[in-house]
Design a binder for this molecule. Structure first.
Ligand SMILES: Nc1ncnc2c1ncn2[C@@H]1O[C@H](COP(=O)(O)OP(=O)(O)OP(=O)(O)O)[C@@H](O)[C@H]1O
Length: 648
């Protein structure tokens, strides 16, 4: 026992020394930041250095609640590979001499911490996990892997996942599981689709993969950027602090709608929205745009003040035909036609005058009235809004059925594109049109959460922004609630431009206790999707079902530690809020906003109302039931929906 105490004391001392070293590194970065302006040669270099140092300072932030390291590896020296002892933590910490005191969890050596096992020890003699209570190092667990000694389920891991939830989502670096680690460390150029049951760590995996890729490919990704897309702003604020806690502050987080530039003022009827989100709308827009291109019918005659130049109808037609065949984005096509006309004029001028005309001459000719007239006839300029305005004013196109055309046609067309009251779905169409007209910059990597709910047209919004990058698609077909929600992944992956992406299942649940998983799994056969059932790692947890008064149930729930979510059909929420049960720990939440969130204690009010509220109400109920971390109360006066009714 004293030996154990000594070891614990030694580890605590190492923690303290690492903290000090981190503080020193941070102070050093702050000093550099303060003197940066004098050191850097020019304002641009000063700004670049300033940004670099500001980021470095943020990376080196130390939070008293998040331990600097959580594990330790004792690696045997084998052949040419040097062994050694390494603490594994949230960031690199080095001593004054530059020797590592803590290895970043993303470093190649740290991989052994997550992947080594008795079956494949990867030269690890001992893997140590540390237990912390409020930032204090209080315990550790050892596994002697080369000696064939592995723990069954780690107590420290179990304590970590059973810890009550307070506030926003936390990182999981200390306890990433091998199958999650495989996904987190996948190559940058690989796109992956994770089909994961509720609470299997999809969101966590996506965020950690972003952090891992930024570590490994920092320069490349800083230039192109990393984007995280979530379903709504409540979800985004829930996950917002995970990446900064891992030292990553330069990641853009947005909803799909947040990526679109059009202000939304109108609302679509369901039937109109459904057609507008259909992939055939991409064909409608592309055809309407291409129909604007016409072969020139007259020759061009243009004067530069000294001479008159002429380009034959034939030559003009050849230019338009060639550019059309090259199929650049429409707006770039127009500029290409202009440039080629000017280049023909230039050649004529060279032949006549013997020298090249100036750039000013070329610009003037390109903007001359006769050239503009050819362009406006053959390849007229158009804005994305104008194109969508034209389609919605007259949606005649054979790919749409007459009733579909009628559904999206404006009942009272606005006078101009500028005065249109665009809807959310229109904003998606305008983005599609913008992608047809001009190039869209591509992110290096995009993480897409709750992806089962993306419409094909929304998927194309992402496809345009990840054309030259990769994606991590996270979702659960069983949690699809949108009218267009995916029932299988391949088609959606096609719309995302990554048809060959690997689809990987995750089935071990870290959130929802086994009794609650068993209840939710009863709904699966009725959801019409083929997904593997979840299995929970958690044997704790409690489930009650019955006709209890809400206020009483909330009171009982308050006796436990942690957050409480009262989830009800959207229409009944105001009535529940009016009862005044909300407090710092109790949140009343409409069912439509529950996706992706979790509460220690969930109280579901009247499941039948949740099911009746929308066409995919059973899927919505599946989402709602799986938000519980420890305890679930299902309150009902009405009969339970059929798949659940054998339980009470
Ligand atoms: N390896 C792990 N160690 C500890 N906790 C974990 C681990 N993996 C996931 N968790 C925790 O389990 C909970 C569920 O994770 P997450 O929200 O990422 O799951 P999800 O699959 O996205 O769920 P849903 O589909 O229901 O939105 C979170 O609190 C997360 O921190």
């Amino acid at each position: 026992m004293p030996a154990l105490q000594d070891e614990l004391a030694a580890e605590r001392a190492h923690l303290e020394a690492s903290r000090k070293a981190l503080r020193r590194m941070r102070e050093h970065a702050e000093d550099l930041f303060a003197t940066g302006n004098q050191v850097a040669g020019d304002p641009f270099a000063a700004e670049t250095l300033g940004r670099h140092l500001a980021r470095r300072i943020a990376e080196l932030a130390d939070s008293p609640d998040t331990p600097l390291f959580f594990g330790k590896l004792d690696v045997a020296a084998v052949d040419d590979d040097e062994g050694g002892r390494f603490h594994v933590g949230r960031r690199h910490v080095t001593d004054v001499a530059g020797e590592p005191m803590v290895l970043d969890w993303r470093a190649p050596m740290s991989r052994k911490f997550y992947q080594a096992s008795v079956k494949d020890p990867q030269d690890v003699s001992t893997r140590r996990r540390f237990g912390f209570v409020r930032g204090e190092l209080t315990s550790f667990e050892d596994e002697h892997l080369r000696a064939g000694e592995e723990l069954g389920t780690s107590r420290i891991l179990l304590e970590e996942i059973e810890r009550p939830r307070v506030g926003p989502m936390r990182d999981i670096v200390a306890t990433i599981q091998p199958e999650q680690d495989e996904l987190v460390r996948a190559e940058l150029d690989e796109s992956i689709c994770v089909q994961g049951a509720p609470g299997t760590g999809k969101t966590a995996v996506g965020l950690h993969r972003a952090a891992y890729l930024l570590y490994l490919h920092r320069e490349r990704l800083r230039r192109s950027g990393v984007l995280i897309v979530g379903p709504n702003s409540a979800f985004l604020s829930y996950i917002a602090s995970v990446l900064p806690a891992l030292g990553e502050i330069e990641v853009q987080q947005s909803t799909i709608d947040g990526l679109l530039g059009t202000p939304v003022k109108g609302v679509d009827a369901d039937a109109a929205a459904e057609v507008k989100h259909d992939p055939r709308m991409a064909t409608v827009l592309a055809r309407r745009l291409n129909a604007k291109i016409k072969r020139p019918e007259e020759p061009l005659t243009v004067s530069d003040g000294s001479y008159r130049w002429r380009v034959s109808t034939e030559a003009l037609r050849r230019i338009v035909d060639d550019v059309r065949r090259e199929a650049p984005p429409y707006g770039i096509g127009r500029e290409r036609v202009r440039a080629r006309i000017v280049s023909l004029l230039m050649r004529q001028s060279e032949a006549r005058r013997g020298d090249s005309p100036s750039e000013g001459w070329q610009r003037r000719m390109g903007r001359s009235q006769p050239v503009l007239e050819v362009l406006d006839h053959a390849w007229p300029a158009v804005t994305p809004e104008q194109l969508v305005f034209e389609v919605l004013s007259d949606p005649a196109d054979e790919v749409l059925e007459p009733h579909e055309q009628a559904a999206i046609a404006w009942a009272k067309p606005p006078k101009t594109a500028k005065s249109a009251r665009w809807t959310v779905a229109d904003a998606v169409l305008i983005d599609e049109a913008a992608g047809l007209i001009d190039r869209v910059p591509s992110f290096g990597h995009v993480v897409l959460d709750e992806a089962q709910d993306l419409s094909p047209m929304q998927a194309r919004v992402i496809a345009r922004r990840s054309e030259h990058g990769s994606i991590t698609l996270l979702g659960d077909l069983a949690q699809g609630t949108a009218p267009w929600a995916a029932r299988e992944w391949r088609t959606l992956l096609g719309h995302l431009g990554k048809p060959g992406a690997r689809v990987v299942p995750l089935t071990t649940g870290f959130r929802v206790p086994a009794v609650v998983v068993a209840l939710a799994n009863r709904l699966l056969p009725a959801l019409g999707v083929d997904v593997p059932e979840a299995r929970s790692l958690r044997t704790d947890g409690a489930l009650t079902i019955g006709a209890f008064p809400l206020a009483e149930v909330v009171q009982r729930a308050l006796a436990f530690e942690g957050s409480i979510g009262v989830i009800a059909a959207d229409a009944t929420v105001p009535q529940i809020v009016a009862a005044g049960i909300e407090s710092e720990r109790v949140t009343v939440l409409p069912a439509s906003l529950a996706k992706g969130l979790e509460y220690d204690h969930v109280i579901v009010v009247e499941p039948a109302d949740i099911v009746d509220a929308e066409p995919r109400g059973l899927n919505r109920l599946f989402v709602v039931l799986t938000r519980a971390v420890s305890r679930l109360d299902v309150l009902h006066e009405r009969p339970l929906p059929p798949p659940l009714d054998r339980v009470s």
